[in-house]
Design a protein around this ligand. Structure first.
Ligand SMILES: *Cc1c(COP(=O)(O)O)cnc(C)c1O
Length: 353
């Protein structure tokens, strides 16, 4: 696909790297591609970052036809820029699109659009360890009609946000509440798709947890309210009796790329990793008997986030003396080492820009 380029001569006013935070500042350009049924993808351009103008009947505004991805561009010590497993994000974007009846895009085509955009904004990849240029590809339906049907018109975009380190004050284990009322999604629903609606529907539980002093909720399955699924918007892993247990992908769980990478690193390091159903009762028993050694969330933003305390039905359980565990720390060191180019990439995960 040929990409038209329209330069933005205005540079953004960015704070110093330690003050960037997450998703607050944006680079001067954005990538936009249009889709129309019968015509396919057309009119690819990298243009000045600006507001999007939508017809008030646009599908996305009424029926939530929207999906997104999240990945980072990392700067290594020698100044070069690299991505981590970008093809995984591209494949997942198409899987999400398929679920939401949005148009798919050729994978190599999407990769070349992403690379062209990252090259264009390369100077905005921050330099300090832990900081990155957060990339947000997204796709939404914008038929100018209120009829409910597969979208016939859509827009694919990528925006980029120079972001600070997730762990400015060091890695501190978080307090998590097991959610009993709301569920994130159900099997057969949209749990495995990265669609905006999943987030809108899960914010309420997160807000309630926050009011009670917890950072996030641990989601249970929507059918039996029995099996553990995810933590906030991250996948979750536990070390029980020396074995790593993570909920298997049943359809209501988002297949995280960090989750997949953690499993591969753990297995390569000789750990047994079980992807299976894990009930809240089994977890409670392990906690009571002191067999739950570590618990952590994993996702692109934080890489890993240790869980120091779990609350269920008013009782709090302390995990690993509320300190980051050995396995969690090792995963953090290995993944961030590869991502920021401090460790050799023995897995073939790095894509140099
Ligand atoms: C994006 C996301 C994750 C983590 O996926 P990564 O590819 O590891 O960033 C986990 N759970 C939910 C609900 C998500 O949206």
């Amino acid at each position: 696909m040929e990409i038209k380029f329209e330069k933005n001569s205005v540079k953004p006013n960015l704070p110093k790297e330690s003050e960037l935070g997450f998703g607050k500042y944006f680079t001067p350009h954005m990538l936009v591609v249009q889709y129309e049924e019968g015509k396919g993808w057309y009119d690819a351009k990298i243009c000045p970052f600006a507001n999007v103008s939508l017809h008030p009947a646009s599908t996305v505004l009424h029926y939530g036809a929207e999906i997104f991805e999240g990945l980072k561009a990392y700067r290594t010590k020698d100044g070069s820029v690299q991505l981590f497993r970008p093809m995984e994000n591209i494949r997942r974007m198409n899987n999400s699109a398929e679920r939401m009846c949005l148009p798919l895009m050729d994978e190599d085509e999407m990769l070349s659009l992403l690379l062209a955009f990252v090259k264009c904004e390369e100077e905005y990849v921050p330099h300090s360890f832990g900081t990155s240029l957060y990339l947000r590809p997204f796709l939404f339906g914008n038929d100018e009609s209120l009829g409910v049907h597969t979208v016939k018109r859509a827009t694919f975009m990528i925006i980029a946000s120079p972001s600070g380190s997730y762990y400015k004050e060091g890695i501190n284990p978080v307090k998590i509440m097991i959610e009993e009322e709301d569920v994130r999604t159900v099997r057969g629903g949209t749990g495995y798709a990265k669609c905006g609606g999943n987030y809108a529907a899960s914010t309420r539980a997160g807000e309630r947890a926050s009011k009670l002093g917890y950072s996030q909720v641990l989601w249970l399955d929507g059918v039996e309210r029995k099996y553990i699924e995810e933590v906030g918007a991250m996948n979750v892993m536990f070390k029980i009796d020396g074995v790593i247990v993570t909920p298997k992908l049943t359809g209501s769980i988002l297949p995280g790329i960090t989750r997949k990478s953690c499993i591969e690193v753990l297995r390569a390091g000789g750990y047994t990793v079980e992807e299976r159903l894990l009930s809240v009762d089994e977890l409670l028993l392990a906690m009571k008997e002191g067999r739950l050694e570590e618990a952590w969330g994993c996702g692109t933003a934080a890489v890993v986030s240790p869980i120091g305390r779990l609350m269920y039905k008013g009782t709090e359980y302390i995990i690993g003396e509320e300190k980051i565990g050995k396995v969690t720390q090792r995963l953090y060191d290995t993944l961030t080492g590869i991502q920021w180019g401090k460790l050799p990439d023995t897995y073939g995960w790095i894509y140099r820009v």
